[in-house]
Design a protein around this ligand. Structure first.
Ligand SMILES: NC(=O)c1ccc[n+]([C@@H]2O[C@H](COP(=O)([O-])OP(=O)(O)OC[C@H]3O[C@@H](n4cnc5c(N)ncnc54)[C@H](O)[C@@H]3O)[C@@H](O)[C@H]2O)c1
Ligand SMILES: [Zn+2]
Ligand SMILES: [Zn+2]
Length: 361
């Protein structure tokens, strides 16, 4: 027996999203149905509705969520009905060449539910990042459910499902930020501010937040930025060099997804430093770099898929830090909204008014 629930669907490029009836099948083998309690609005949802990810419309948006497992299919052992979970969009397979080499956090064969959720006329939906969580209930692979302490409210916990995990992981897992490092973060939205918070957690002593919006820079200070640069008014690279004794930073994190900010990150790092790209570029973007500098500066140019996280390792650990008061997840929640407010939340995001709008169900 399938069930019909309310969800937020993007039907065509650029069209406003709307609440639509969504048919959720019963979980098959290896699948789970999860009742969503809260789901954050991430810039990637907006990328989907702008056609910037792929053209497999209609999309069931939302992917930064926590909720309670309602039912599971045959063979599911890792979660059971009633479990409080954060949904992850990289369920590791355990069998690909990367997993077999002991690197499950960069699994090359992550998976989602095999069955499809549909519109009532049978049209198959593409769930955002294989989740689709602006909806009362969603169908996922059971490996996408990571159990965490139910003492953490879903508005905070859900954020670890995407942007906050991506940012913290970009700093700690991908960038390898450590005690005494200098770090610059380009773009201080939910992802960038999480990178700032991650750098602080890891013990960085200089954390430079760069954005074109003074409100964002103010918020970044709250998460641990020691300095801020408004790059619409100043040369970000020169400012960062001036703040680091003329050297540049050890780790430069790009959290916008633009060639120009990537270039700034490239130029603002010290010799042997690391650039981390966590912002998602559009498919038509290209980047040109002085090749001799790629060599001459040494170090590493890395990309961060989901903060190179391992959900089973990182979600419970970060929830514990939150419950101990050592990681401010509530600070990312600018507002809580209803399912019907997602389109307006996109506009607030574009106007820079929010870090995260969080849909509460
Ligand atoms: N790698 C991953 O796994 C992953 C996960 C989640 C999100 N993302 C991506 O991370 C990026 C950021 O997501 P978000 O939800 O924080 O978005 P957001 O819209 O909340 O934040 C983007 C920030 O960048 C700033 N900005 C825009 N242009 C800039 C410029 N030229 N220079 C400096 N700052 C500029 C904006 O003012 C804003 O503060 C997006 O591209 C998103 O798709 C990646
Ligand atoms: Zn794998
Ligand atoms: Zn996201």
């Amino acid at each position: 027996m399938s069930q019909t629930v309310q969800g937020v669907v993007s039907m065509a490029v650029g069209e406003p999203v709307a609440i639509t009836e969504v048919v959720v099948p019963d979980p098959g083998p290896g699948e789970a149905v999860v009742a969503i309690q809260a789901c954050g609005v991430c810039h990637t949802d907006l990328h989907y509705r702008e056609g910037g990810i792929n053209d497999e419309f209609p999309f069931l948006l939302g992917h930064e969520a926590a909720g309670v497992v309602e039912s599971v299919g045959d063979g599911v052992t890792e979660v059971a009905p009633g479990d409080y979970v954060i949904l992850n969009w990289r369920a590791v397979c355990g069998q690909c060449r990367s997993c077999l080499r002991g690197r499950p956090h960069i699994c090359f064969s992550t998976h989602n539910a095999s069955q499809k959720m549909t519109l009532t006329d049978g049209t198959e939906l593409s769930p955002a990042l294989g989740i689709g969580a602006f909806v009362e209930k969603t169908l996922v692979a059971s490996g996408q459910c990571t159990k965490v302490d139910p003492a953490a409210p879903a508005t905070a916990a859900g954020l670890l499902g995407c942007g906050v995990m991506a940012g913290i992981g970009a700093a700690i897992n991908t960038g390898g930020v450590g005690r005494g490092d200098s770090v610059a973060v380009f773009g201080c939205g939910g992802v960038g501010d999480a990178a700032v918070a991650g750098a602080k957690l890891a013990g960085a002593s200089t954390i430079i937040a760069v954005d074109i919006d003074d409100r964002k820079l103010e918020w970044a200070k709250g998460f641990g930025a020691t300095h801020t640069v408004n790059s619409s008014e100043a040369d970000a690279v020169a400012e960062i060099q001036a703040l680091t004794g003329g050297n540049g930073v050890d780790v430069a994190i790009e959290a916008v997804g633009l060639p120009q900010t990537y270039r700034q990150a490239f130029e603002a790092r010290d010799l042997a430093g690391t650039v981390v790209l966590v912002g998602v570029p559009r498919p038509d973007m290209t980047i040109e770099l002085p090749f001799i500098e790629v060599f001459g500066r040494g170090g590493a140019l890395k990309s961060s898929w989901y903060g190179d996280c391992l959900p089973s390792r990182d979600f419970p650990m970060l929830i514990d830090l939150y419950l101990q008061g050592r990681l401010d997840l509530d600070g990312f929640v600018s507002e809580t909204i209803n399912l019907g407010d997602v389109e307006e939340a996109f506009h607030k995001m574009e106007r820079g008014e929010v870090l995260r709008s969080v849909v509460v169900l």
